[in-house]
Design a protein around this ligand. Structure first.
Ligand SMILES: [Zn+2]
Length: 181
């Protein structure tokens, strides 16, 4: 992962590579030259659009990247449409839309900690790149979210050593009794 990419983009990228999603939205540190970012994204066979504030959309097709950025910038609360465009489960997008864009952080703070296999969908630590999903699940037992998290979980053994250790540390904290790799 390049240092100019937010840690949270880690799981988004794995989801895109694993085919669980086709697009991700993140922020690019202003310190990096746009040409460097473009080169990096091109090397991954993905497409990039960035706005003036440094918000970036990286997608499998240029049209999709543009569509998400336009949606993101359009006025009004478009939580549901944006969530769906970003590839999040329908049930979670509907729940997020009920809360509204401005209420998402407060809603995330009330998230009931999942148990058993559903620990994989715990979004805690997403900002530090330590979650297996990148959205707030509609409940602590959301099955579509679990399916997304499992896609990422299956990729962990295939990651480079540094990435792999990072995720394992995060998951070990959550699953002290049963590391599953
Ligand atoms: Zn859901």
């Amino acid at each position: 992962m390049p240092p100019w990419l937010k840690k949270s983009a880690r799981v988004d990228l794995i989801q895109v590579f694993a085919g669980a999603r086709s697009v991700l939205r993140t922020e690019i540190h202003r310190a990096v030259a746009p040409a460097d970012v473009r080169r990096w994204v091109r090397r991954l066979s993905l497409f990039l659009v960035v706005d003036d504030a440094g918000f970036a959309v990286i997608a499998r097709t240029p049209a999709l990247a543009r569509r998400v950025l336009v949606l993101d910038q359009s006025p009004g609360d478009h939580t549901f449409a944006l969530g769906r465009a970003l590839g999040y489960p329908w049930c979670c997008c509907r729940a997020a839309a009920r809360v509204g864009e401005d209420g998402l952080d407060a809603w995330a703070a009330t998230f009931e900690r999942p148990v058993g296999r559903f620990k994989l969908i715990d979004p805690t630590g997403y900002r530090d790149g330590q979650a297996l999903i990148s959205h707030i699940p509609c409940s602590h037992a959301c099955r579509p979210s679990l399916e997304m998290a499992e896609v990422v979980h299956r990729q962990l053994p295939l990651l480079g050593a540094q990435e792999s250790v990072h995720f394992r540390r995060a998951l070990t904290l959550r699953e002290p009794h049963r590391p599953s790799w």
